[in-house]
Design a protein around this ligand. Sequence first.
Ligand SMILES: NC(=O)C1=CN([C@@H]2O[C@H](COP(=O)(O)OP(=O)(O)OC[C@H]3O[C@@H](n4cnc5c(N)ncnc54)[C@H](OP(=O)(O)O)[C@@H]3O)[C@@H](O)[C@H]2O)C=CC1
Ligand SMILES: O=C(O)[C@@H]1CCC=N1
Length: 273
Amino acid sequence: MTHIAFIGGGNMARSLIGGLLKTGTPAANLRVAEPLAQARESLGRDFSVATFDDNRLAAADADVLVLAVKPQVMPAIHHELRDTLQRKRPLLISIAAGVRIDQLERWFGNLLPIVRCMPNTPALIGAGATGLCANLRVTPQQREQAQHILDAVGITRWIEDEALMDTVTALSGSGPAYFFAFVEALENAAVAQGMPRETARILATQTCLGAGRMLVESNEAPATLRQRVTSPNGTTQAALESFSADQFPRIVARAVGAATRRGEELAAALDKD
Ligand SMILES: NC(=O)C1=CN([C@@H]2O[C@H](COP(=O)(O)OP(=O)(O)OC[C@H]3O[C@@H](n4cnc5c(N)ncnc54)[C@H](OP(=O)(O)O)[C@@H]3O)[C@@H](O)[C@H]2O)C=CC1
Ligand SMILES: O=C(O)[C@@H]1CCC=N1
């Protein structure tokens, strides 16, 4: 049986642990290292997994080690874990935004099999989207192991060119926040026209849910579905022309560019470590 240890027991670790348990991984095979006592208690209570305040103890017997800490915390943990990982050489999976495989190799050892991946928060409800990228030391069996962990919380896609991992982060990693910002803006626009907030929220939310389901279930391109809503000279056309006049595609492309660059900056800030 594969033993999986998580370093960091925050939001994303909780989502992954929840998904693994739901898809049949026994709680006894999971361990979590987390500095905050309150968070350890809640992990133990919610998932019945073993928790540790010492990263080395959690990592000691792991076949797979998932680094679920913020990029800025990586330097603190590689000093602690390097020796343990050199001895055991587990599969190392990092979910940290920006952090590159060559940095992970430098910090944790260049003989380690490493998968860099980028999940997203819908993982919490089993509807996540994850891009994964492996170094050359990852065996086909370890690729399957990594994919199994991320498949437990949604869909997965292997990204062979690591340079595109910052694009994955800017697209699907951060993407849920863009969507929520759009729903907030829709809701606020209707409220500004006099609609009660609760009604605006439920109509905006159900509209986005319905549109998202149509995208998945119809298998049609978003452009095709957009055209079907848009009657000639109708209301939708008026709104879409307003989007075009305000350069909506450019606004989105610039935001995705900003997120991509931020991923690169997060990694560059760690180059000296
Ligand atoms: N949130 C998101 O949408 C996504 C996040 N990610 C990536 O996932 C990673 C984790 O993000 P997220 O779960 O949101 O963040 P959280 O802050 O929720 O989780 C990080 C956890 O790591 C713990 N931690 C801090 N220092 C250490 C340490 N030295 N050793 C062990 N654990 C430590 C934190 O504890 P404490 O709270 O006490 O500091 C916290 O519980 C990040 O690298 C992020 O880039 C990837 C995809 C999506
Ligand atoms: O905002 C962040 O940096 C993380 C990575 C992707 C989503 N949240």
